[in-house]
Design a protein around this ligand. Structure first.
Ligand SMILES: [Zn+2]
Length: 306
């Protein structure tokens, strides 16, 4: 079942703490997604050892984000986040963006009167963000220290990347002000784009980056275990851009060749690779405007202390 020599670590369900109720949800030649029948959590069974996580993300996020910054994708992401948070926090306060990348969301909130702090494990992104004068740190939550407690902690499409989201949330709680909220956005495993009905198509899967696939119910269970209470809804439609992107991913991206390319681009080929990636991204961004289906691609959750 686990054929690749690079794979390691067979994980237990982080909610149930065992794998006796595990069944295979998706079995691809390079990775296995497990469905825990006890609690319904879906997770990648193995983690591929392609170097440290830091190295992986440094190769994905290039050092000059001049094109990315203008992308439709970032603008919509920031607007959605700001609107949702404004429903709970009427006045600006201290914001902590975990997985802040280049710091675009921080800049957006600062322009609305907020103080913003950011953290990421990607050196390229943090170097760029610091050059913009942002309060950013290249750190992991376990060794992060800050004088502030935060009114809002943002984890926008990051929770699914961690090896143990439960332990991570417990650590995040230490930085939350008493009446603070955590804004969490993750892909929805129950959406049509991740549905078992189109498994052969492989939908929105991101092996070795997305290690967990949550539903509203499993995210709620996770909050319970972490000592948080949450309110959640679904958001985000499928689009023609998604469909095409998923199709190309299922044909090319999920194979070994892309895994190697994306994580281990030789430095002399990086510029050309990123240029192609930008052009591809721009085309997909335009096609992302043609949307259809129900708004359920992602789960948006607001968590607070119990
Ligand atoms: Zn479980």
């Amino acid at each position: 079942m686990i054929s690749n020599k690079d794979t390691m670590v067979i994980k237990n369900c982080i909610i149930c703490d065992d794998n006796s109720s595990a069944e295979i949800y998706i079995n691809h030649k390079d990775f296995v997604i497990i469905h825990c029948k006890k609690c319904n959590l879906c997770y990648q069974q193995t983690i591929r050892q392609v170097g440290s996580l830091e190295a992986i993300y440094n190769n994905i996020y290039e050092s000059s984000p001049y094109v990315i910054k203008n992308k439709y994708y970032w603008k919509n992401k920031m607007k959605a986040c700001y609107q949702e948070i404004s429903r709970y926090k009427k006045k600006p306060g201290n914001l902590f963006d975990i997985g802040c990348s280049y710091g675009f969301l921080m800049e957006f909130f600062i322009s609305k009167g907020w103080n913003a702090t950011g953290m990421d494990i990607c050196e390229n992104a943090i170097t760029y963000a610091r050059k913009q004068g942002l309060d950013c740190y290249m750190a992991d939550i376990a060794n992060f220290r800050h004088n502030n407690k935060f009114d809002v902690i943002v984890m926008d499409n990051v929770l699914e990347h961690f090896e143990n989201p439960l332990e991570y949330l417990k650590l995040v709680k230490n930085f939350l002000a008493k009446d603070g909220i955590i804004y969490i956005r993750v892909p929805n495993v129950e959406s049509v784009m991740l549905s078992s009905k189109i498994q052969s198509f492989l939908g929105d899967l991101k092996p070795f980056e997305h290690l967990f696939y949550f539903s509203k119910d499993t995210l709620n269970l996770l909050f319970d275990k972490a000592g948080l209470k949450g309110f959640m809804k679904t958001d985000g439609q499928a689009s023609i851009g998604n469909l095409l992107n998923c199709y190309f991913r299922s044909k090319v991206v999920l194979g070994n060749s892309w895994q190697n390319l994306n994580y281990r681009v030789p430095s002399d080929k990086k510029k050309f690779y990123f240029l192609l990636k930008h052009i591809y991204g721009e085309i997909m961004s335009i096609l992302d405007n043609i949307r259809f289906g129900s708004k359920d691609r992602e789960i948006v959750a607001i968590a607070s202390l119990e």
